[in-house]
Ligand binder design. Structure first.
Ligand SMILES: Nc1ncnc2c1ncn2[C@@H]1O[C@H](COP(=O)(O)OP(=O)(O)OP(=O)(O)O)[C@@H](O)[C@H]1O
Ligand SMILES: [Mg+2]
Length: 243
């Protein structure tokens, strides 16, 4: 399988402070990479550089072969981004919001209708299609955010805390949606939830103070834990507190 996200020596400095320092990783189609780290580790800064919101101080990355440094437009059109919280327009109906987001992606007429139908079915939004966003439960709001990220059928998905704050049933549902989507896509998930790794991610990147502290498959991480006779939480503390 081809690498869809390739990150090489990515760094971001704010004044004298290294928010992200020499980060390298790849994500292939079929993989779900979990990006973990304590507050201030550099996760959001990494995601902001990959989504072309921030320009790196040094290093680079390609998204579906397009450089984040000089192909901003193609990078953005190859990826879907689900933010952690919703800058949603409360008075819009789900139908109106998805139409608006599709139009922003340059979808028109039949293509737009097809895309809305596809994402509504994928994320099970049929029952709330004519409901305003401010009246939706947290779980449904997350689904709407996932639906808008999928509207242009991107090869790459970047999801910020996709299951945070959901009840166990909704967590399970959103995870199985993501798992199904990963067959055709490369997915990067930022999360604080350690159990999300085992439940969903094929690969793991643990960051602390801007640097990578662990990179490997989820199985390799679990193996390291058992070698050290630590549970995941204690190993995470070991990796991120002692730096
Ligand atoms: N625009 C900015 N100007 C100055 N410093 C910044 C800026 N953005 C982020 N930082 C700093 O960079 C570091 C990494 O921040 P970042 O937001 O990437 O962390 P994070 O891993 O996403 O944390 P959290 O889990 O709290 O969301 C922090 O020390 C933060 O204060
Ligand atoms: Mg963050």
């Amino acid at each position: 399988m081809t690498e869809l996200i390739c990150v090489e020596g990515l760094s971001k400095q704010f004044g004298p402070h290294h928010a992200v320092l020499d980060v390298n990783f790849n994500v292939k189609q079929g993989e779900i990479l979990g990006l973990l780290g304590p507050n201030g580790a550099g996760k959001s800064t990494t995601i902001k550089m990959l989504t072309c919101y921030l320009r790196p101080t040094s290093g680079s990355a390609t998204i579906c072969g397009h450089s984040i440094l000089d192909n901003t437009h193609l990078v953005r059109s190859s990826m879907g981004y689900m933010p952690e919280t919703s800058p949603l327009y409360g008075e819009m109906m789900v139908k109106e919001f998805l139409t608006f987001m599709g139009e922003m992606r340059n979808l028109k007429k039949e293509k737009l209708q097809e895309a809305i139908e596809r994402v509504v079915n994928l994320t099970n939004l049929q029952d709330v299609f004519y409901q305003t966003l401010e009246t939706l439960s947290k779980g449904y709001k997350k689904r709407v955010l996932l639906a808008q990220a999928l509207i242009h059928d991107p090869k790459i998905l970047i999801l910020d805390e996709p299951t945070d704050g959901l009840d166990p049933n909704q967590k399970g549902e959103v995870r199985s949606m993501i798992r199904k989507l990963s067959e055709e896509k490369a997915i990067l998930i930022s999360t604080h939830i350690l159990e999300e790794l085992e439940a969903l991610c094929t690969d793991v990147l643990i960051m602390s103070k801007g640097k990578i502290q662990f990179k490997g498959t989820t199985n390799e991480l679990m193996q390291k834990c058992s070698e050290r006779k630590l549970n995941l939480q204690d190993y995470f503390r070991c990796l991120t507190l002692t730096q």
